[in-house]
Design a protein around this ligand. Structure first.
Ligand SMILES: *[C@@H]1O[C@H](CO)[C@@H](O)[C@H](O)[C@H]1NC(C)=O
Ligand SMILES: *[C@@H]1O[C@H](CO)[C@@H](O)[C@H](O)[C@H]1NC(C)=O
Ligand SMILES: *[C@@H]1O[C@H](CO)[C@@H](O)[C@H](O)[C@H]1NC(C)=O
Ligand SMILES: *[C@@H]1O[C@H](CO)[C@@H](O)[C@H](O)[C@H]1NC(C)=O
Length: 324
């Protein structure tokens, strides 16, 4: 929610049921039942959150050719399925942008129970999206090719190794990554460690939040909205802590700088390629553009099922067994 306090996410990071106090070597788990939360006092010295600039190596494109980048695993409707998403090709930003043809690169995931035995294959879909502003002086954006593949028939609570990309193009398959499926659905069966984080952004404070989250080895990351704050920027790449204060009166539409989404995807890949992450949209994802279109980046980049998944999944919780 907050627009000028992106670092806030670091304070709001709440490791669900973070039980035993810091000294415990093993991070707290939901499997050990309700436990006393560990809280920290609100820091009043908010300070100033500084975004990672586009010169930071963590946000730059390392993939070459049609190699996958921004690889992400997300849950699907059941513990026996999961989505793998990634991006190929380069985004364009500027005056004349020409959307890539999503058919250029296939969407294939090879997976299996061991890194040297990726015996299963699944195929999926690809799309591109554009963020267009028909206003003098504003720049347009069109994305790389966004791939979504659903794996099905997986065993619950099992580690899967996978590689994604286009096996028909040299150099267009990713390295081997691995993730663990969720446990079978049941009142006494749930992921051990869920990291719930909001207002993450992509500031230096985000990096300490993410480091802390990773050190607690979550089985699932739930990001409850406000992803990369691309809407704190003009299309020329100039950002501000408070968009309305800095630019509100001078821009014909609330602009965004879409490359921030790619930067975020690149920075987060180390987490999202190995730990399923579900993202719920927040107010910063609205992103108006031509024709009153909104949420184009969020919808295109996430396998749109996520919010429906969350609602459905929470509805399954037996409150008599897990009231917390
Ligand atoms: C951006 O796209 C819109 C819609 O197609 C177009 O009207 C506008 O001229 C484009 N902007 C630039 C700078 O080319
Ligand atoms: C946020 O990061 C800055 C450095 O960019 C640091 O000085 C500050 O203490 C951090 N704030 C919090 C709340 O961690
Ligand atoms: C972007 O546009 C703003 C507002 O017109 C201007 O102040 C700023 O200098 C521009 N930045 C760049 C990098 O052109
Ligand atoms: C966008 O919304 C405005 C205000 O609600 C409306 O007047 C306009 O016709 C809409 N434009 C399109 C292309 O739907």
């Amino acid at each position: 929610m907050p627009s000028n306090t992106m670092w806030w996410g670091s304070l709001r990071l709440l490791l669900l049921l973070a039980a035993a106090v810091a000294a415990a070597a093993e991070p707290a788990s939901t499997l050990t039942g309700p436990s006393r939360p560990v809280t920290v006092a609100l820091r009043k010295d908010r300070g100033h959150a500084v975004d990672l600039p586009d010169t930071d190596p963590r946000v730059q494109r390392r993939a070459t050719g049609w190699a996958p980048e921004q690889i992400t695993v997300a849950l699907s409707a059941a513990p026996t399925s999961a989505w793998v998403s990634w991006i190929t090709g380069e985004f364009q930003m500027g005056g004349t942008v020409k959307p890539l043809n999503p058919g250029t690169v296939a969407s294939v995931v090879r997976y299996g129970l061991a890194a040297d035995s990726l015996v299963h294959e699944a195929t999926g879909d690809a799309l591109v999206y554009s963020q267009l502003y028909p206003f003098e002086g504003l720049q347009n954006y069109t994305s790389g090719i966004i791939h979504h593949v659903r794996l099905q028939g997986l065993e619950p609570a099992t580690k899967y190794y996978y590689q994604c990309g286009d096996p028909g193009i040299p150099g267009a398959m990713s390295a081997v990554h691995a993730f663990r499926t969720m446990p079978a659905v049941g009142p006494r069966s749930y992921p051990g460690r869920i990291a719930v984080v909001g207002d993450l952004g992509l500031t230096y404070n985000t990096t300490s939040t993410v480091d802390h989250m990773v050190s607690n080895r979550p089985d699932l990351v739930l990001l409850v909205g406000d992803v990369c704050y691309a809407n704190m920027y003009l299309t020329n790449g100039t950002g501000a802590d408070c968009y309305s204060c800095a630019f509100g009166k001078s821009t014909p539409i609330h602009e965004t700088y879409q490359p921030r989404w790619d930067y975020w995807g690149r920075y987060m890949e180390a987490v999202t390629s190995g730990t399923p992450m579900m993202v719920v949209e927040g107010n910063h994802e609205i992103e108006e553009q031509i024709g009153n279109k909104t949420f184009a980046a969020y919808r295109s980049r996430r396998s749109g099922e996520q919010y429906r998944w969350l609602v459905k999944d929470l509805a399954k919780v037996d409150r008599a067994v897990t009231p917390w």
